[in-house]
Design a protein around this ligand. Structure first.
Ligand code: GDP
Ligand code: IMO
Ligand code: MG
Length: 444
């Protein structure tokens, strides 16, 4: 396929909702036209599915270009890396007969340690019990504690430190000493191994030995790639509404999944990003806690969940489902200055008599179409819908815009007009070929 305006350029693929928009599928598709695919944020909280000829791959840390021969994969400094997870993903690909291409891992990326995962679990327990059920619903992958350790500095372990035994032992000992009171207080929730200094140091040294061939100065590598006109594809993990600064705080992740994370997460200047493609489902989902104005806790929400197989790639949790929230989508498109949108999972909407689109909110008696990422206001927000006629035809075999029923096209046009951004791709199934390229301006 030729994905419209994004061909032949360095491109950022960014989730515009609360995650799981189908970024993995689009990165895999676009990787064919890029030389390097880079993860710049998040960690193994991401779960990106790529389906090739009916075979499904779930990637958490490896960039989704890894399935394309010849593409270089980079895990840049902004990512927090759980080495066990990374090594097991590499092994799993090999056991399925796929030899991963070149992989570079930043020496400056931070390491998710066993005590970060333990701390994640303890914090969720405390927030849930002590905070009146206010846990965040994290993925339990240690993401928040690992980024906190990074910001606190002195006790953090970076990938480069895994190769420096003296530094490594000191950092791990310090981190565990600082966390000891917490772990002692919640010993029932935490495995002793997670905060036993000798065990963790041994494990970390072994990670260093295994990762050593991949460790690199990825900023330099990427800078050279850009300077020599190699095309770089930036793979956002998590999504804009989960952004630590611009998302629905505190129900967010601990990194910057939006386009703004690319600069700090790679060290490249903004000029390295030539095109931004925003990824959105044709409806709304969220996994974990936090406001979601269009959530449907009824048979329609259940029908979307079942048809879309809306269960988490990372945790298996059922995703909360609802109608597409255009107020939030326009905000996310604006934050990222997206050039085009890929509208995913349109096939899931086939069979509903009518399709609703949230075009404004009523908050405290006031109607607004401006999204403010303020959790208290969003919890009060009542969606105001525009209703369009549904389409009954199965669209999973559609390959051209002309194959789509008129009502499906009208739905896509409505979204594009509201957000003010062309829709360049419509996805009608998980497989690579279940993709309709609309060629940039086609629907506007
Ligand atoms: P990501 O985190 O943004 O990469 O998305 P996930 O992989 O977590 O979730 C998206 C899910 O939707 C995966 O199971 C994909 O295989 C699937 N998917 C992607 N595009 C489509 C589509 O157009 N239609 C359907 N039915 N499924 C899709
Ligand atoms: P991908 O890349 C969906 C959500 C979690 C939780 C919150 C904080 O697959 O789209 P964390 O473990 O990051 O501290 O959890 O963020 N979350 C995601 N939800 N898709 C993701 O990634 C997510 N990454 C984090 O469910 O609500
Ligand atoms: Mg996902």
């Amino acid at each position: 396929m030729s994905p419209g305006t994004t061909a032949q350029r360095s491109t950022a693929v960014i989730g515009l909702q609360w995650g799981d928009e189908g970024k993995g599928k689009i990165v895999d598709l676009l990787a064919e036209q890029h030389d390097v695919v880079v993860r710049y944020n998040g960690g193994a909280n991401a779960g990106h599915s790529v389906v090739v000829d009916g075979e499904r791959f779930s990637l958490h840390l490896l960039p989704s270009g890894i399935l394309r021969p010849g593409v270089h994969s980079v895990i840049a400094n902004g990512v927090v890396i759980d080495p066990d997870q990374l090594l097991s993903e590499l092994d799993s690909l090999r056991s399925r007969g796929i030899e991963p291409g070149p992989l570079a891992v930043s020496d400056r990326a931070h390491v998710v340690m066993p005590y970060h995962k333990a701390e994640d679990a303890v914090r969720e327990t405390v927030l849930s019990e002590g905070g009146g059920g206010a846990s965040l619903g994290t993925t339990g992958r240690g993401i928040g504690p690992a980024y906190a350790e990074k910001v606190q500095r002195g006790s953090a372990v970076r990938v480069g430190d895994l190769l420096r035994p003296e530094v490594l032992g000191r950092r791990i000992r310090t981190a565990i000493e600082l966390k000891r009171p917490l772990f002692e207080a919640f010993a029932a929730h935490v495995s002793g191994e997670a905060w036993d200094v000798d065990t963790v140091v041994r494990q970390a040294r072994s990670w260093g030995e295994q990762l050593a061939p991949h460790v690199a100065d990825t900023r330099r590598l990427l800078q050279d790639a850009v300077a020599s006109d190699r095309r770089v594809l930036f793979e956002g993990a998590n999504a804009t509404l989960l952004d630590i600064d611009h998302g629905t705080f505190p129900f967010v992740t601990s990194s910057s999944p939006s386009v703004h994370g690319i600069g700090t997460g790679t060290g490249l200047p903004p000029s390295a990003i030539e095109s931004v493609i925003g990824i959105s489902k044709a409806y709304q989902t969220r996994v974990g806690a936090g406001p979601m104005p269009t959530e449907l806790r009824d048979a329609t929400g259940d029908a979307i969940r079942e048809r879309g197989r809306e269960y988490g790639t990372t945790t298996g949790r059922p995703r909360r489902c609802g109608w597409l929230d255009l107020v939030a989508l326009r905000y996310a498109a604006e934050i990222n200055s997206v050039d085009t949108i890929a509208l995913m999972l349109l096939d899931v909407l086939a069979g509903f008599d009518e399709l609703k689109l949230c075009t404004s909110y009523r908050i405290d008696g006031v109607t607004t179409d401006v999204f403010v990422p303020d959790t208290s206001a969003l919890e009060e927000a009542r969606p105001v819908y525009t209703t369009l006629e549904g389409f009954s035809q199965d669209v999973t075999s559609s390959r051209l815009a002309d194959d789509l029923p008129a009502n499906a096209l009208a739905y896509v046009s409505f979204v594009s007009d509201y957000v003010g951004v062309p829709i360049s791709i419509v996805s009608v199934g998980p497989d690579r070929d279940q993709t309709i390229a609309l060629g940039g301006e086609a629907l506007r």
